[in-house]
Each structure stands twice: as C-alpha cells, then as structure tokens.
Design a protein around this ligand. Structure first.
Ligand code: C2E
Ligand code: MG
Length: 352
C-alpha cells in the first residue's frame, strides 16, 4: 500500500506514523473464510507532497519504493520515502525501460539445467531459466530483473516469450531424437493470476506442437497462498490440459503442509535452503523427512535443489527422494553449449 500525503494537512511525521500504525492494525485482523483462518498483513510506503515530489507520478513511484523497503524490512511495517530511496526508485525506472526494450529486441535468452536421478546421475528432465544478455552489461541473472518485471507487469510478455521458447525448443529436441523428457517453465505469481494465462498456455502448446505431458509449470508458494480458491481453479484447468504442476522452492514461503492436499499439483521442489543444511541441522533433517513422507502419502514427485555433498544425497535417497538438480550435474547453460545427454543412447551411456 502506497500512501501519499500533502504536508499542508498532515505536517507532522508522528501523525503519519500513528496513522500508518492504525491502518496496519486494522488490516491485520484475523479473517475467517470457509472455516479457514487467514492472517492478512500489509506494508506501507509513505511519500509526502511537496517535500518528496510535486507530481502524482513521482509521489507514487517514491511511495512504492518506500513500500518495497518496508517489505524488505520484514513486512507488516511502514517506511517513509528518503533520499537514499530516490536513487533506487530512479534505478528501477531505468531498469524497467531497458527491460521492456530487451524483451522486444531479443536480448532475452534461455539456459537449461538438467534434473537428474540422485542415484545414477542420469538426466530425467530440464528446467528452463531466463537470462538477459545485455550488449553492455553482459549476462544478467534472473534475480536482478524478474522482481522488476513482476512489479511492473512486464512479466506477462516476458513469461510468454519464455514459455514459447521453451516449448518450441523441447519439441525440436524431441523431434531430433532426444529421449522424451519434461521441460519445467516458471510461472510467476502475477502470470499465474493473469486472466490470459490459460489461453496463452493452450496457444503455445498448439503452435509448438509439444505434447502437454512434456511440459511442467513451476509455480511459487506465494502464487497459491492468496486467493486460494481461484488458485485451485486455475491449477485444475491447467492440469486438465495435461500439464504437470510443480511447487518451486517449497519450504521457503508460508505454505501450510495441510493445504498441500487441496492443490492438484504433481511435484514439490525442496528449497535449497533446507537441502544445504541437511546433515548438520536437526531441524532441516526433520523438516525434509516430514516433506518426503507427505510427498509419499500424496503420491507426488519430488526434486531436491542444490545438493552439495554425498551425505545430503544419502539422506535424501534414504527418505525416498529420487531426483535432484544441482551444479554438480550441470550449471544452467544454453542448449547448444550444454553437454547434455540428448539421445536415448547418450542417456544409457551417461556417467553414473
Ligand atoms: P529457482 O527456480 O529456484 O532456480 C534454481 C536456481 O538455483 C537457478 O538460479 C540455478 O542456477 C541455481 N542452482 C542450481 N543448482 C545449484 C547448486 O547446486 N548450487 C547453487 N548455489 N545454486 C544452484 P538462477 O538461474 O539464477 O535462477 C534464479 C531464480 O530466478 C529461479 O530460482 C527462479 O525463481 C527465477 N527464474 C528463472 N527463470 C525464470 C523465468 O523464466 N520466469 C520466472 N518467473 N522466474 C524465473
Ligand atoms: Mg525453479
């Protein structure tokens, strides 16, 4: 929530502070919907007219930056706009302009990372990961621009490009004789709740000719934890197309394990944060075991992200996890540079 204030009427910062606190208190009341308790929260960014800016556009931009800071500071709080944030806000606008140019001028590329059988190391699928190849700055990782794309709505054309490219790519590799494998593609929260999502996915499958069983969409916990009924409906519709659905970075958000039963998903990807501490940290061990037993009960597939050593791999295998995705097996890279096993024969010969 961004708040703009006119200093004529609300001069004193303490008054703004107490108003922000009141709003936050009001918004944080427990909501009971369909017998479930929900705990809403809000973050507030405040910019003041005319101290911070004198146009509505700049005031919105600055209160937005202050709101982002409030979220970074732990959500549920408020922040005032300050000069330090001005540089950040201006940088965001520059980034947005450059990114929208990058999308139309073909500066986005896809890298692919193999997902492998934990015991044999054989490739069983791929994840498509977007990068921005800027002529001046070089290769820019997704974490540096996906949040801006998500905030500004650019994620809609960007996500459509990614899906198009990944589906056409997978179809052409299958046509060249690669063993049938699924390609995972990310769908961001904003894309997931966008009204055109289903149609876009259907159209892409049609134009690429890729069979739906070779496509998996990765969604985040945050996509399905708000407006849950709508999320479940969208998921059912996607599954009806024959597509698999994975929850990415599971455990990093606020998902309730119980709610998993309501979601028509096919796979969980265990967040690297848990895998990293396996062996050393009893809490990570216990949590991973709980997830893996639940996955067994719900008959879901599971992928562990970022396994770093044999001890972690052994714990995962012992508890029923079959697949992982990690630098050891291959960093994400462009298809033509990746030494991926692409034919059935290559797969049989893949190093164990
Ligand atoms: P993610 O989906 O969790 O992707 C896995 C990230 O972990 C990738 O980073 C990958 O390079 C990295 N990784 C894989 N194995 C290892 C390992 O063994 N050790 C370590 N330390 N890291 C490993 P990347 O490519 O920078 O992607 C970061 C995030 O950006 C992704 O996280 C995903 O959330 C987002 N992203 C990437 N492509 C897209 C896209 O097309 N659309 C959307 N909406 N998000 C994307
Ligand atoms: Mg992913």
């Amino acid at each position: 929530m961004s708040l703009l204030f006119c200093s004529e009427t609300l001069k004193r910062a303490d008054r703004l502070r107490s108003l922000a606190k009141k709003i936050l208190k009001r918004l944080s009341r427990v909501l009971k919907i369909n017998h479930h308790e929900h705990y809403p929260s809000a973050s507030i960014g405040i910019s003041i007219f005319p101290t911070d800016a004198d146009s509505a556009e700049d005031l919105m931009k600055y209160s937005d930056s202050a709101m982002c800071l409030a979220k970074e500071m732990g959500r549920g709080g408020y922040q005032f706009f300050n000069e330090g944030l001005k540089a950040h806000a201006d940088k965001m606008v520059t980034l947005e302009t450059a990114l929208s140019r990058a999308i139309v001028s073909g500066q986005l590329i896809l890298h692919y990372q193999p997902q492998c059988d934990l015991r044999t190391g054989k490739t069983v699928g791929f994840e498509a990961l977007v990068r921005w190849l800027d002529p001046v700055r070089g290769l820019i990782p997704p974490n540096d621009f996906i949040p801006v794309a998500e905030d500004t709505g650019l994620i809609i054309p960007l996500g459509e490009w990614v899906l198009h490219k990944a589906c056409h790519g997978n179809k052409s590799w299958l046509d060249q004789g690669m063993s049938p494998m699924r390609m995972s593609v990310h769908i961001s929260p904003r894309q997931f709740h966008h009204e055109g999502l289903l149609q876009m996915v259907q159209k892409t499958l049609k134009t690429s000719g890729l069979k739906p069983e070779f496509l998996e969409l990765e969604i985040t916990e945050s996509s399905i934890m708000y407006d849950t009924n709508h999320a479940i409906e969208v998921m059912h519709r996607l599954r009806a197309l024959g597509i698999d659905l994975a929850i990415d970075d599971f455990g990093s958000g606020y998902s309730s394990l119980l709610r998993l039963m309501d979601f028509p998903i096919t796979k969980l990807k265990i967040d690297r944060g848990f895998v990293k501490n396996l062996g050393d940290d009893p809490n990570s061990n216990a949590f991973t075991k709980v997830i893996l037993s639940l996955v067994r009960v719900l008959k879901l597939e599971v992928v562990a992200e970022g396994v770093e050593n044999q001890e972690q791999a052994d714990i995962l295998i012992k508890n029923g996890c079959r697949t992982d995705q990690r630098y050891f097996y291959g960093r994400p890279q462009p298809w033509d540079q990746g030494r991926y096993p692409v034919t059935a024969k290559d797969l049989i010969d893949a190093p164990v």
